[in-house]
Write a protein that binds this ligand. Structure first.
Ligand code: XMP
Length: 325
C-alpha cells in the first residue's frame, strides 16, 4: 500500500546512501516539487544541504518573498538568493519561438545555477566537496520530456532537458517516481507549510512561456498584475483545490479595439486557462462559475490599463496542452 511515510523512509535511506557526507545543493523555485524535494533531502542529510533560489524575473507577484519567508522560516534551510532578472531579460530579448524561449531559459538557469554552486563550493571550503544536485523532477516531467518509454518530446521541460553534458553534479531526484498528489502527501507528512504544499503547479520557465511573443519587462509587469487578480478572485471564491492550475496568458502581439469611458482603447487580450486534472498528463477545462469569471474580467480590465479583453480557454488536454507554449 502506498503511504507517504514509507516513501519518506525509503527516500531518506536512499539519499543518505547516495550522498554520504558530501555536500548537496538544491535549486528552489518556490513550487511544490522543489520545496518537497529540498525538505526530503534536508530530512536525510540536514545541514549538508544548501538551497539556491534563482530569481529569473519570470515569477508571479509575491513568489520570491514566499520562498524566503514561508519556506525558509518553516524549514530553517540554508538559502542563497541570486538576482538574475536582467540576465534573463537580455537573453530572451528578440525571441518569440516557444521552444527557443524554453531552451534559453533552461540554459541561462543552469549557468546561473552553476555560478551560484561554485560560490557555495568556495564557501564550503574545507567542509567538503559539493557533488550533488537535487532536482524536483516528477514522473510526468520524465515522461513528457521523452524520458519515459516510447514518449514523444512534446515540450522541453527545463528541469529535465537541456542539462549540459559536462554538468559537474550527480543528480538526486527523490520525486522521480511520484505524481503530484503523492508529492503533496509527502510534503504534508514532512511538515512543509500548507501554502506551499497546496500551491498550484507553476512551470519552471514561469511567465516567460505565458507571454505569447517577446518577453519584456513591461509585458511581465502587465501579466503579473492580471495573474494576481485572477489568483485573488479564484482564491476568494474557494476554488483553489478544485482547479489544478489557472495559467493567465498574455497575447502580447495581439491587439484589439475597445472602449473605456469615452475613449477608444487598443489593448491586449489575456487568456484564462483554468484546468482540472489529476496529474497534468490529461486535463479538462474547469467550469468556473460565471460570476467568478465576471469578477476577474471586470477587475483585470479596470485595473490593468494595457489589457482590454479577457477570454476563456475551453480546450481540454489533449488536444490543447495546459500551457500555451
Ligand atoms: P503542458 O503545458 O505540457 O503542462 O500541458 C503540463 C504541466 O507541466 C507544467 N510545465 C512545466 N513544469 N517545467 C516545469 O517544471 C517546465 O518546463 C514546464 N512546462 C510545463 C505545466 O504548468 C503543467 O502543470
Amino acid at each position: 500500500d502506498w503511504n507517504p511515510g514509507n516513501v519518506i523512509a525509503e527516500q531518506v535511506a536512499k539519499i543518505r546512501a547516495q550522498v554520504g557526507d558530501a555536500r548537496v545543493i538544491c535549486g528552489l523555485s518556490g513550487g511544490v516539487d522543489s520545496s518537497v524535494a529540498a525538505a526530503l533531502v534536508q530530512r536525510a542529510v540536514g545541514d549538508q544541504l544548501t538551497c539556491v533560489f534563482v530569481d529569473h524575473g519570470l515569477l508571479r507577484s509575491g513568489e520570491a518573498e514566499q520562498v524566503e519567508q514561508d519556506f525558509v522560516a518553516s524549514t530553517g534551510v540554508r538559502l542563497k538568493v541570486v538576482d538574475a532578472r536582467e540576465r534573463f531579460l537580455t537573453a530572451l530579448a528578440g525571441h518569440t519561438d516557444p521552444e527557443t524561449k524554453r531552451k534559453i531559459i533552461g540554459r541561462e538557469f543552469i549557468r546561473v545555477f552553476e555560478d551560484a554552486a561554485r560560490e557555495v563550493v568556495a564557501e564550503a571550503g574545507a567542509q567538503g566537496e559539493v557533488k550533488f544536485l537535487v532536482q524536483g523532477t516528477l514522473y510526468p516531467d520524465v515522461v513528457e520530456s521523452g524520458g519515459g518509454e516510447g514518449a514523444a518530446n512534446i515540450k522541453s521541460h527545463h528541469n529535465v532537458g537541456g542539462l549540459p553534458d559536462d554538468l559537474q553534479f550527480e543528480l538526486v531526484e527523490p520525486l522521480r517516481t511520484l505524481f503530484k498528489d503523492e508529492v503533496r502527501a509527502v510534503g504534508l507528512e514532512l511538515g512543509v507549510p500548507e501554502v506551499i504544499v497546496w500551491r498550484q503547479p507553476f512551470p519552471g520557465p514561469g511567465l516567460g512561456i505565458r507571454i505569447i511573443g517577446e518577453v519584456t519587462a513591461e509585458r511581465l509587469d502587465v501579466l503579473r498584475a492580471a495573474d494576481l487578480i485572477a489568483r485573488e478572485e479564484l482564491t476568494a471564491a474557494g476554488l483553489d483545490r478544485e482547479i489544478w492550475q489557472c495559467p493567465v496568458v498574455l497575447l502580447a502581439d495581439v491587439r484589439s479595439v475597445g472602449v473605456q469611458g469615452d475613449g477608444r482603447t487598443y489593448g491586449h487580450p489575456v487568456v484564462l486557462r483554468p484546468v482540472s486534472s489529476e496529474d497534468a498528463m490529461t486535463a479538462d477545462w474547469t467550469r468556473v462559475p460565471y460570476e467568478v469569471l465576471a469578477a476577474i474580467s471586470t477587475r483585470i480590465t479596470n485595473e490593468v490599463p494595457e489589457v482590454n479583453r479577457v477570454v476563456l480557454d475551453v480546450t481540454s488536454k489533449p488536444p490543447g496542452t495546459i500551457e500555451w507554449e
